[in-house]
Structures are given as C-alpha cells and as structure tokens.
Write a protein that binds this ligand. Structure first.
Ligand code: 3PY
Length: 275
C-alpha cells in the first residue's frame, strides 16, 4: 500500500543514510492527534514506532496502520524483585507477548513498575538487597525462556530517580547492566536510555562502551527538558559515533517531547543519527 506523502521532510528522510534503524515514540509526539493518526504520521515520515501500555490502545487499529513497531511495554503488572510480583510479571508478560506477536513487535520493554514494584513489596526508595538481586535475575531468566519460545526480546530500561522517577530503586544503568550481564541471555538485553543515564550517571560514551555486548535498543532525548537531540547538553553526534565504533547498528528510539514543531523535531533526531 502506498503511504501518504508528507512533503520535503519525508523526501529527505527517505534519502538519509543513518546507520541505525530509527524509531519514534508515538506517546510523546504529535500529541494534538489521536494515537492512531500519530502512528500513521510517524510511519509516513519513515520511522518505526514505539508504543507504551498496549491495554490503552486499539490493537486492530494499530495493526491496520501498517506501521512497523519497534517496541512496547512488556507487562501490565508485576515486579522483578519479589516472588509474588515476579509471578504476576511473568503472567502479564505472556499477555503482552501475544499482543506483540500480533503486531510484529520484536522488543518488550521492562521499565518503571517492572523494577520498582509500585504498590508492591519492593517500595520506591527501598534499598535493593542481595535476595532481591537474585530474585530479579531469576525472573529475567524466566522471561528469557518465554522470549526464546516466542521470538521476542525483553529489554530492561534504566531510569533516572532524580527527575522523572523519584526514589525508584534499581534504576541506574549500572544496575541494569549488572543484571542483564548476570543473566547473559540474548532474549534479555538493555534498553539503554541515554536521557535517563545523563541525569543519573553521565559519562555517556563510556557507558555506551561498557554496555556494548548487551544493548537491545537505545533511547534518546536531550537534557534538560526531555526534548529532541540538539535542544540541550548531550552531544548526540558523538554518541552516534560511539555507537558505530562499538559495532551497534540496531534501533535508536526518540522518546522525547518535541520542543516545537513535531516534524522538525523528528528531522533533528534523524540528523543527529545520520553520520
Ligand atoms: O517512563 C519513562 O520515563 C520511560 O522512559 C519509559 O520508557
């Protein structure tokens, strides 16, 4: 089916040569449009599409857009690091896998509640104990088995506890790296969110190098403000070069608000990741 054409911008993007697959989070851009229209617009501009909680969306309508989806949230409820929460997480991950498979989505994101157990035994602000680490690794191994069975990858995302996710334990990229490395299964990788990492940890190029063997996807936005690359303090062209140097050619997802015009934000994103 021929896709709608959105002028010069679409033309530039199709002729660009990013070494990465570029995706855009439909939850954060073109927010004056209904979600399905956002998905169509992002797709028409030549990007893959990320969605969050699938229970909030009409799955049939998403499928009918014909868009290619990069990732979605990989669970509805549960937490990694306590036994009861882990059961719920694995159960709801099964439901998410069914939806992901129907939409051809390769990566299921475990973020936020998957780590901190909001309202569950692992409370925000809790110190992570040894048994919690062991439980989290066990839960991830169970998810890896599911992922292997169904051909999907679970990506564990680092968050920042300073601005967006106050007092969330287990959020640092260093901790996510330690967990994913200890599980060491191809179906469990890192969703390396460089916006969150810049706020929480910094030293991004070094972080990219350390995470190299375990990256499942990279997410980007600038700091402060969580808008598109080029609006803040992160030098994304240097990050793009570092990603190429470690041999990464996978997906880079824009998980950012547009600082102004939505199409311009997407163009800036593409420019930052076109070497
Ligand atoms: O909740 C957030 O801040 C995220 O980055 C989700 O992917």
């Amino acid at each position: 089916m021929t896709k709608p054409f959105h002028g010069v911008l679409a033309m530039n993007q199709r002729s660009g040569s990013s070494p990465f697959t570029l995706a855009v989070c439909a939850e954060m851009v073109f927010r004056d449009l209904p979600i399905i229209e956002r998905v169509r617009r992002i797709d028409a501009l030549g990007f893959q599409v990320e969605i969050w909680d699938w229970t909030k969306h009409d799955i049939r309508a998403l499928a009918d857009t014909g868009a290619t989806f990069s990732s979605m949230t990989g669970y509805i409820d549960g937490t990694l690091a306590d036994p009861e929460g882990a059961e719920r997480l694995v159960e709801t991950a099964r439901e998410s896998i069914a939806v992901a498979t129907s939409l051809g989505i390769p990566r299921l994101n475990l973020h936020g509640t998957g780590l901190d157990g909001q309202g569950l035994p692992v409370k925000p602000g809790a110190e992570m104990t040894g048994p919690m680490w062991i439980q989290a690794a066990d839960t991830l191994r169970r998810l890896a088995d599911l992922g292997q069975q169904h051909g999907v990858t679970f990506v564990l995302e680092n968050l920042n506890a300073a601005v967006d996710h106050p007092r969330v334990p287990f959020a640092r990229a260093e901790d996510v790296l330690a967990l994913v490395a200890s599980v060491d299964r191809p179906e469990v990788r890192i969703m390396l969110d460089l916006y969150h990492a810049q706020i929480g940890e910094g030293n991004l190029v070094e972080l990219v190098r350390r995470c190299a063997p375990y990256i499942g996807e990279v997410q980007v936005a600038d700091v402060p403000g969580r808008c598109e690359p080029g609006t803040g303090e992160i030098h994304y062209p240097a990050i793009a070069r570092a990603l190429v140097e470690i041999g990464y050619s996978g997906t880079v997802g824009l998980e950012a608000w547009a600082s102004g015009d939505g199409e311009l934000a997407l163009q800036r994103f593409r420019d930052a990741f076109t070497l």
